[in-house]
Design a protein around this ligand. Structure first.
Ligand code: SF4
Ligand code: SF4
Length: 91
């Protein structure tokens, strides 16, 4: 309950709507796919990118990118991203 009201307060502070569009801060994105699941408008896609760290035993990582034309500014992805990698910017 408290978490919900905190979330609502948080959401109110984030700009949204038709004048806003989501933007992924690449360096924070871990390719977890949560944003594509919450986006109702198919406005996010993941792409492969070479993994920067040689410590991890995987060769590619994934990153999200916003398809600007399809983004409605609903902010759902901002709230769903576990690493705060998505922000809303002016269109
Ligand atoms: S939810 Fe966040 S961390 Fe996960 S893929 Fe989307 S932008 Fe990247
Ligand atoms: S703001 Fe809404 S429409 Fe735009 S990418 Fe995020 S979830 Fe999709």
């Amino acid at each position: 309950m408290m978490l919900e009201s905190m979330r609502a307060g948080e959401e109110a502070k984030i700009k949204g709507g038709e004048d806003a569009v989501a933007w992924v801060k690449k360096e924070l994105c871990i390719g977890c796919d949560q944003c594509t699941i919450v986006c109702d408008d198919n406005a996010i896609e993941l792409y492969d990118t070479p993994l920067a760290s040689p410590i991890m035993q995987v060769e590619v990582n994934r990153k999200a990118r916003i398809l600007r034309d399809d983004c409605t500014g609903c902010k759902l992805c901002v709230l769903g991203c576990p690493t705060d990698a998505i922000i809303m910017i002016d269109r």
